[in-house]
Design a protein around this ligand. Structure first.
Ligand code: F6R
Length: 608
């Protein structure tokens, strides 16, 4: 969602701020802007739409200054427009904000009564007027910030530029992440490490409730109780090409094709390939866990849904899976001795983060699987395991998903060994399948022509259905989500056995039905469902392996087959997710949609 960048330094900042905003584009936005302090004047450039509009505006009418702030906005309060774009300003301050000021309406009313004139529909603007009001009362900037923070409620990250204070930015964090980077005589502020990567890798992460005064020489941070505090300086290594497309047309395609490496890197961090044994970096006492609750949103939720089958079938551990936004308000009684596992690419999704806080209050052992080290969930959980997918820029999650599944497969084996539900030999057999995954992934990604051909059948459709059973039921849902979000074709993923209970009514000769049927214990049943689709004239496309092909041909089922390698309980959902990603990618490119930044979507969902 909204992205923040700030620089306080000794060289002109405006173009660098725009460059920083380019690295935040992936979060999703509808307008952008920058503000600098030039000869003690606040200068602002803002534009609705893509960053190119802001760049063009800046090229025609540039601004100077060595201190500045920038913002990409994903609209919450107020339509996407230049007037609602950040920074918002008065004659004294300019403000960028990520999050929501929940009590803004009440504050706005009070400020209007005091004579403040508002120019936008945003909640953010109350921060501008509160700061201005306190500065007008004679408070020093830091004191004005303290008073403002005491007035506002909600989740936010704020960066404030103050007229008359050329070498200073004020920052505050409550809920939304914010990081301060230290460079050579310059300081940087960003929503994440990626935006700061080309400038510095020396970072201080603000904790919940922290605020700070940032100068070119560094920062003075204060904690929620207003005590000066040192937050550790961390070195975060992000490769310089992480934010480039590396020759691919889209980040999404690049990230899909990175999966042999990202899955391998993830597995290498968890398995000792020489001894074919696990080396999980955290020691979870699976034997004393009575029940596992897994919680996440979107694609990450589908990885929990796959893992439920694994943990129940292999580790014999009862698992409940929940969507974070539902879990939070369901008042689900969590068992004594229970554990709660949270999965998130960003580690910042607000619903998942809040659900984790709730589970902690309910005395659950909390486990996080995150892709962003030092993210809020990473730091809050009792145990945290990292996916090694590297920065995921495409809004539609691909490589993070398969890396999550790789971690979950290893954690499941860890649980099974500790709980005594797998012998060492059985565990080794599973591990051998996992170790072979990167090669299998590579092979599947080479069959682009097959997926492009199926994409041509999906392109004209208004709706599509994805069917699967067992561990491939969540993959059917994930395939449908991928198609929806980047090609805007309405799609549903269903448990194949549920089709008869409703969705079968939708099937006609215009409806593509993607059937996932690896040769597992569910295959014969799934192929019966495939027959039911064909009997009603649906356009059936079946993803199966050579054993499935033999069945289909023996039974004379008239379906298009896309052949997959033979798979195994732990590898099949990972392998079958790949063609689903490519199908949606090729369908979207045929339709000409904005693959990396689909409409209305944001990458890191930091509002409820
Ligand atoms: C879909 C997608 C989203 C995310 C969801 C959770 O392609 O990317 O559904 O999976 O917003 O995000 P994280 O994993 O960052 O918590």
């Amino acid at each position: 969602m909204c992205g923040i960048v700030g620089i306080v330094g000794h060289q002109p900042v405006a173009q660098r701020l725009i460059d920083g905003l380019k690295r935040l584009e992936y979060r999703g936005y509808d307008s952008a802007g920058i503000a600098t302090l030039d000869q003690n004047e606040i200068c602002i450039r803002r534009a609705q739409g893509k960053l190119q509009a802001l760049q063009d505006l800046f090229t025609q009418d540039s601004i100077n200054g060595m201190t500045g702030i920038g913002h990409t906005r994903w609209a919450t309060h107020g339509i996407p427009s230049e007037a609602n774009a950040h920074p918002h300003s008065s004659d004294k301050v300019a403000v960028v904000h990520n999050g929501i000021i929940e009590n803004y309406a009440h504050l706005k009313e009070k400020l209007i009564k005091k004579g403040h004139a508002f120019t936008s529909q945003t909640d953010t603007e109350v921060v501008v007027h509160l700061m201005t009001d306190y500065l007008n009362q004679g408070l020093k900037p830091l004191e004005a910030l303290r008073q403002t923070l005491a007035d506002i409620e909600g989740a936010f990250a704020l960066v404030i530029l103050i007229k008359g204070d050329n070498n200073t930015l004020l920052v505050a964090r409550r809920g939304s992440p914010l990081v301060i980077g230290e460079g050579n005589g310059e300081s940087f502020i960003g929503s994440d490490a990626l935006v700061l990567a080309p400038w510095t890798q020396q970072l201080r992460y603000l904790e919940e409730g922290d605020y700070a005064i940032v100068t070119p020489q560094g920062s003075q941070i204060y904690d929620i109780d207003h005590h000066p505090i040192d937050r550790p300086l961390k070195t975060i290594n992000i490769s310089a090409d992480a934010a480039t497309k590396g020759g691919y047309d889209h980040f999404m395609l690049k990230e899909i094709f990175e999966q042999p490496t990202t899955v391998k890197d993830t597995l290498d961090s968890l398995i000792n390939a020489d001894t074919e044994t696990l080396k999980i970096p955290v020691n979870i006492d699976w034997n004393n866990i009575s029940k596992l609750t897994m919680i996440a949103c979107g694609t990450s939720y589908f990885s929990t849904a796959v893992a439920k089958y694994w943990f129940e079938m292999i580790a014999k551990l009862p698992v409940e899976v929940d969507i974070a936004s539902e879990f939070r308000y369901r008042e689900s009684p969590l068992p004594t001795g229970g554990a709660a596992l949270f999965i998130s690419q960003s580690g910042e999704t607000i619903d998942t983060l809040e659900a984790m806080k709730q589970a902690k209050e309910d005395h659950q052992t909390t486990i996080a699987i995150v892709n962003v080290p030092e993210s809020s969930m990473d730091r809050l959980a009792d145990y945290s395991v990292h996916t090694k997918a590297g920065p995921e820029i495409g809004v539609a999650s691909t490589k993070a998903f398969t890396a999550q599944l790789a971690v979950l497969a290893c954690l499941c084996l860890d649980a099974a060994i500790k709980r005594g539900t797998l012998t060492e030999t059985e565990a080794r057999e599973h591990l051998q399948h996992l170790l072979n995954l990167p090669n299998e992934i590579y092979g599947i990604l080479q069959k682009e022509a097959d997926y492009q051909q199926v994409a041509h059948r999906l392109q004209p459709a208004r709706d599509a259905l994805y069917l699967g059973r067992g561990t491939n039921f969540p993959i059917a849902m994930e395939g449908a989500l991928k198609l929806k979000e980047i090609s805007y074709i309405h799609a549903e993923g269903y448990a194949a056995g549920e089709m008869k209970h409703g969705p079968i009514a939708l099937i006609d000769e215009l409806m593509p039905v993607i059937v996932l049927a690896p040769s597992d214990k569910w295959m014969v049943k799934t192929l019966s469902n495939l027959q039911e689709v064909i009997a009603r004239g649906g356009i059936a496309i079946c993803f199966t392996d050579c054993i499935g092909r033999t069945h289909i041909e023996k039974d004379g089922i008239p379906t298009q087959i896309v052949e997959m390698p033979e798979s195994h309980l732990l590898t099949s959902p990972i392998l079958y997710a790949l063609p689903m990603q490519l199908l949606s990618y090729y369908t979207a490119t045929l339709k000409g949609t904005d693959v990396d930044q689909p409409r209305n979507l944001a990458k890191s969902v930091t509002v409820e």
